[in-house]
Design a protein around this ligand. Structure first.
Ligand code: VGL
Ligand code: ZN
Length: 195
């Protein structure tokens, strides 16, 4: 339904891990991950035009991170601090004053959630955040974990259904993740429904 959700003060856009390594051609490519870029660019412009805060999390691993295969982890090396693959996707149009949250920087700790080991909650509280509009990569890992934590911290969460894509290591993981987020209290929304 058009215009169902009217943006207001306290609303914050949270863009999760839209980095080159998660796009086709990257070292941990999310299938169709590139499709979220123009969609999230529209959300970014909308929030910017309305003067609402924009946050972007990034996976920011040291070269010897425990989640990498060489250390016995499940993933190929990706989003290594300062590498090209760790850069935000070009075309996102993140404004200068976007708040960047780096996560999973501790070599010994995996952190899928943007809240884990970061000051994300504190930074959000500082800008008076109440409702978080969350999109990005990947639905079944970092988006899911970030949304879970956001809900348990008391934020209202709108999942940007048109602005997420899943790894789908097992077919259906993305759908299952969305079901879980909704069960936990997240609402799904797409660009046309927001004004
Ligand atoms: C992610 C796998 C490994 C994510 C990060 O951003 O969803 N997935 N590291
Ligand atoms: Zn990672």
């Amino acid at each position: 339904m058009e215009g169902r959700v009217k943006l207001r003060r306290g609303d914050v856009l949270v863009v999760v891990d839209v980095q080159k390594d998660f796009l086709p051609g990257g070292s941990l490519a999310v299938p169709h991950g590139d499709e979220v870029v123009p969609v999230l660019a529209r959300y970014i412009k909308l929030f910017k035009d309305k003067g609402l805060p924009i946050f972007a999390t990034r996976d920011w691993h040291p070269p010897d991170h425990s989640s990498f295969e060489a250390q016995g982890g499940p993933w190929p090396p990706h989003c290594v601090q300062g590498s090209e693959g760790a850069e935000f996707a070009p075309g996102l149009g993140l404004p200068e004053d976007a708040v960047i949250i780096s996560k999973a920087t501790d070599p010994g700790k995996e952190a899928y959630s943007g809240f884990q080991g970061t000051d994300l909650d504190e930074r959000l509280r500082k800008v008076g955040a109440r409702r978080l509009f969350v999109g990005g990569l990947a639905t079944d890992y970092c988006v899911l974990s970030t949304v879970r934590d956001a809900l348990s911290l008391g934020y209202e969460v709108y999942l940007l259904e048109d602005g997420v894509r899943a790894v789908d290591l097992n077919p259906g993981d993305g759908e299952k993740a969305i079901d879980e987020m909704v069960r936990l209290g997240a609402k799904t929304v797409s660009f046309e429904e927001i004004s």
